[in-house]
Design a binder for this molecule. Structure first.
Ligand code: NDP
Length: 277
């Protein structure tokens, strides 16, 4: 397993990242610093997490050169229209103390508002200006992705979606692969649903001498997904990055995917109806 993957636009993105919601304040700074010290190079935040400043400070305190990091953030629903979208991109950068984002995403499509194409046009201009390197989205369905392409000729290079053993997103992943879109998995461990208690994960973990969480993260990576596990605990932060020294068989990957349930979402986060401002 390589440490990085190549996006369709040519940029490299780390194979695993650090999720930061709801880390804030000093504990947030410490968690980001810890994550960067143990080897993460991708950090995921969002305007709406109210922690872009804490994440930015953690980055500075880590002492890791900016050029070695991959920083991703997201535009809130209330700023899809222009010129608010243009201002929000700049405000996000200012909060973080950065000159550019490696990846900026539309956080949720909010179809009832119908403004995500405007936001996308703002992203494409910000990219021209050098404020964003790779343009992406989060929680977009396949028809919504195609709508962006129809309107602007440009598909996102990445889509960050809910993806974990209880909601493995088989069809969406296949569509992403066809369109050259990198999947980033949010709640990659299944958060509160605790798939780690599943016997199949316990058996595989015991066999490899790792934890069920590490098995789930490895499953993500072997399905070509980039997991962004969150932890505020120094040991678990390190444990979650320690997933490069073992491998799952194809059959084991399939067994974990088979844990999927039709109603496996963590909450009612169907992007056709769920909206976040
Ligand atoms: P995760 O699947 O990352 O789970 C986080 C939970 O698991 C925390 O309670 C954490 O507790 C615990 N945990 C972490 N590591 C381990 C471990 N090794 N063993 C046991 N428990 C562990 O869910 P999140 O919802 O936090 O998702 C990750 C990230 O995805 C977010 O931080 C955010 O950046 C992003 N996200 C994006 C969304 C979007 O709409 N684009 C929506 C939701 C999330 P502890 O901290 O105590 O270790």
């Amino acid at each position: 397993m390589e440490k990085t993957r190549k996006l369709r636009d040519g940029y490299q993105i780390p194979s695993i990242g650090f999720g930061t919601y709801p880390l804030r304040g000093e504990p947030g700074v410490a968690a980001v610093r810890r994550a960067l010290q143990v080897g993460y190079r991708l950090v995921d935040t969002a305007f709406n997490y109210d922690n872009e400043a804490a994440v930015g400070r953690g980055i500075v305190q880590s002492g890791i050169p900016r050029g070695e990091l991959f920083v991703a953030s997201k535009l809130p629903g209330r700023y899809h229209e222009r010129p608010q979208a243009d201002h929000a991109i700049r405000e996000s950068l200012w909060r973080m103390g950065l000159e550019y984002f490696d990846l900026y995403m539309i956080h949720w499509p909010n179809p009832s508002q119908g403004n995500f194409v405007q936001a996308w046009q703002a992203f494409l201009e910000a990219q021209e200006e050098g404020l964003i390197r790779s343009v992406g989205v989060s929680n977009f369905t396949v028809p919504q992705l195609l709508e962006l392409e129809r309107a602007t000729g440009v598909l996102p290079v990445a889509n960050q979606i809910e993806c974990h053993p209880y909601f493995p997103q088989v069809e969406q992943l296949a569509a992403h692969a066809e369109m050259g879109i990198q999947t980033i998995s949010w709640s990659p461990l299944g958060k509160a649903s605790r798939p780690g208690d599943e016997p199949v994960l316990r058996v595989i973990a015991a066999d490899r001498g790792v934890t069920p969480a590490q098995v789930v993260l490895r499953w993500q990576m072997q399905r070509d997904c980039i997991p962004i596990p969150k932890s505020g605990n120094p040991d678990r932060i390190a444990q979650n990055f320690d997933v490069f020294s073992f491998e799952l068989t194809e059959d084991e990957v399939a067994q974990i995917t088979a844990l999927g349930k039709p109603d496996g979402r963590l909450f009612d986060g169907d992007p056709n109806v769920h909206e976040e401002m």
